[in-house]
Design a protein around this ligand. Structure first.
Ligand code: AR6
Length: 174
């Protein structure tokens, strides 16, 4: 049995220790999944984000991750990470890998047993879904994360199919 599961649905409903937010570097909310998470979590989440001291206006550089309590969500934590903007990033693959790695490492260092990811960078940041799925899953399949239950909450059937096909072929290769 794999510790990775793919679910079609809204990540704000995930009953896990930490949900991951595809944020922007300012980390005070936005559109897409970021907007949905802030709406569902309520103003407490924004207040927690504001507590993180910005450096030149930036709370979370691309590829890094920050953790806050989760306000009204079921989860204990929100892990905010900033994925790369596909067309303008100098190394989008390295930065997308870093977003997943840093989020998973923060989950482990905060004693989380379960974590839910959206498809980081696959919305307005424009990362091609097939490439993003391979990067996301190859990081999540590393041995050090086998102790975590990892869920991908994907919004459309097309994304679910892309992630499921990638997971299947990578499990055969293992
Ligand atoms: N649950 C799960 N997935 C969702 C949800 C949801 N509730 N809502 C959207 N998605 P995006 P990015 C999917 O654009 O590309 C924000 O404004 C969506 O269909 O949210 O990393 C931030 O503030 C897509 O597949 O994130 C940043 O400025 C995926 O989540 C910027 O967008 C990611 O789409 C980050 O862009």
């Amino acid at each position: 049995m794999s510790n990775i599961q793919i679910i079609k649905g809204d990540i704000t409903t995930a009953d896990v220790d930490a949900i991951v937010n595809a944020a922007n570097p300012v980390m005070l909310g936005g559109g897409g999944v970021d907007g949905a998470i802030h709406r569902a979590a309520g103003p407490l989440l924004l207040r927690e984000c504001e507590k993180i001291k910005p450096v030149k206006g930036i709370r979370c550089p691309v590829g890094e991750a920050r953790i806050t309590p989760a306000g009204n969500l079921k989860s204990k934590y929100v892990i905010h990470t900033v994925g790369p903007i596909y067309v303008s990033d100098e190394n989008p693959e390295k930065h997308l890998q870093a977003s997943y790695l840093n989020s998973l490492n923060l989950a482990l260092s905060n004693k989380c047993e379960s974590i839910a990811f959206p498809a980081i960078s696959c919305g307005v940041y424009g990362y091609p879904a097939e490439e993003a799925a391979e990067i996301a899953l190859s990081v999540c399949m590393k041995d050090e994360y086998k102790c975590l239950s990892i869920y991908f909450y994907l919004f459309s059937q097309k994304m679910v199919d892309i992630w499921s096909d990638a997971l299947k072929s990578m499990m055969i290769e293992e």
